[in-house]
Ligand binder design. Structure first.
Ligand SMILES: [Zn+2]
Length: 163
């Protein structure tokens, strides 16, 4: 059983220290560390880097941290990176932000009347409720039938909010 494997202590040179440090050997050439012996001020997982606003920045992991994942009784390996070689997370560029804003706006814009509503319109046609009604796009089960029947109190263009 893989989870039973014991890794022997092994003193070896490591990239995060000028001295030899205790490790749990290597796996496929990468240094193994058991839980608790990884220096937290020098090594971090991808997720830990992220909380510091950092990313690995192209470097390879310098060690693997192994620990037992109790619920599944399996051994889990987490890649560890050098904090000093990490780079700041790229901030979103203005162009990216503009493109995203545009895309989100398009999802709220009625293709029929052009009105911009507060919520995203249905992905299938992106048409607002009043327009769906006037265009006869409502499904027979649509809840709008419950209150838009009989004499319309507003003209279609008034429903759509365009004069
Ligand atoms: Zn509309």
């Amino acid at each position: 059983m893989m989870g039973r494997r014991q890794y022997p202590w092994e003193l070896r040179p490591v990239p995060w220290s000028e001295w030899q440090e205790y490790t749990r050997g290597t796996q496929d050439g990468v240094i193994l560390l058991s839980y608790g012996i990884a220096p937290r001020d020098k090594l971090a997982t991808r997720r830990q880097l992220r909380t510091m606003g950092l990313r690995p920045g192209g470097q390879n992991p310098v060690a693997l941290l192994y620990f037992r994942y109790r619920p599944a009784h399996t051994q889990v390996f987490a890649e560890l990176f050098l904090i000093e070689r990490a780079k700041p997370v790229r901030p979103m560029t203005d162009a990216k932000r503009r493109a995203l804003g545009k895309a989100l706006l398009a999802r709220r814009t009625c293709r029929q009347c052009g009105e911009i509503g507060p919520v995203e319109l249905p992905r299938t046609n992106r048409v607002c409720e009043p327009c769906r009604f006037t265009l006869g796009l409502l499904d027979s089960w649509d809840y709008l039938h419950d209150y838009v029947q009989g004499m319309p109190t507003l003209a279609p263009d008034e429903l759509c909010g365009v004069a």
